[in-house]
Design a protein around this ligand. Structure first.
Ligand code: ATR
Length: 289
């Protein structure tokens, strides 16, 4: 695609940024739709975040994604933040319109879309065990509860962090019963049997490591596993699920779905179905990380 005087720019800020797959996904969708848009990675040092955000707005960028370490720090720099992003406590997508900056969070929408598309799972009325209580855990708990899950428990290595997350979210999610447990509970099949879905939001699995003690033996039919890890594509948790005949999916679907939702917020157009996922798969098959 040729950049012209009319090209609209979007991008992503983070530090570091070289590993980001968002440029691959968004530029593929712009090209497939024939939109005169371009998506650029911007390495923004934390000390220069405020300058960068003001600069992007001044330069007429239509919107940008926000990634580590800026997802929380960017919030006070925006004119408006959506209710869901405020609940999640982080922004991953900013829309710029007439100089006004609005923050959104599409990670939660991405998780729920990936559960539907990859596992035919709807959170409404279901019980979910979320492993991890960091930023990804928080967005998972909030989006599952907003999508109608009636019970969400958070298992975390540091149980205090899981309890803090419950205390902070519970008053704002009245329709959902929240609880916190230590990671050791994952070794108790009787405990796991009370849930319909397990979501791993930690980085465990990226280095071929496993959640300690976890066994998925003897769970009820229909139990599903979602692992936010996507490299390796078949994670240790997915292998454990397969051993027991349990359906599972990796985090690629969520990565794609959060990107699709951001694309729609910026352009008002849905990216062609499968386009972003195909672009990522093609990029990986070139041997890129
Ligand atoms: P993110 O924003 O991606 O969620 P984070 O805020 O650093 O990242 O949170 C990482 C999560 O992964 C935490 O829940 C962390 O557990 P602790 O709160 O006990 O640190 C969890 N985590 C990371 N490495 C882990 C490991 N080896 N075993 C168990 N949990 C791990």
């Amino acid at each position: 695609m040729m950049i012209t005087g009319k090209t609209t720019l979007a991008g992503i800020i983070g530090f570091p940024i070289a590993h980001s797959l968002s440029p691959v996904m968004h530029n593929a969708a712009f090209a497939e739709l024939g939109l005169d848009w371009n998506f650029v990675p911007f390495p923004v040092h934390p000390d220069r975040l405020a300058e960068a955000v003001a600069g992007l707005s001044a330069l007429g960028v239509a919107g940008f994604n926000v990634t580590i370490p800026h997802k929380v720090a960017v919030m006070p720099l925006l004119d408006e933040v959506s209710d869901e992003a405020r609940l999640i406590g982080a922004v991953n997508t900013v829309v710029v319109r007439e100089g006004r900056l609005t923050g959104h969070n599409t990670d939660g929408i991405g998780l729920v879309a990936a559960l539907r598309e990859k596992l035919s799972f709807s959170p409404a009325g279901r019980s979910v065990l979320v492993v991890g209580a960091g930023g990804a855990g928080r967005s998972a708990v909030a989006s599952l509860a907003l999508s109608g899950a009636t019970r969400v428990e958070i298992a975390n290595r540091s149980v205090e962090k899981a309890s803090d997350l419950c205390l902070s979210l519970a008053p704002r999610l009245p329709g959902c019963s929240l609880g916190a447990v230590s990671l050791e509970r994952l070794a108790d099949p009787g405990y796991l049997a009370g849930f319909d879905l397990l979501v791993n939001t930690t980085s465990v699995g990226m280095k071929d490591d496993s959640l300690p003690g976890l066994s998925l033996a003897g769970l009820k039919e229909g139990f599903a596993v979602y692992d936010m890890v996507y490299a390796p594509p078949v994670t240790p948790l997915m292998k454990e699920a397969a051993r027991h005949g349990i359906a599972s999916a990796n985090g690629l679907g969520m990565l794609v779905a959060q990107g699709e939702a951001a694309f729609y917020l910026w352009t008002g157009v849905r990216p062609p179905k499968g386009c972003m996922e195909r672009a990522l798969t093609a990029y990986h098959s070139l041997g890129k990380p």
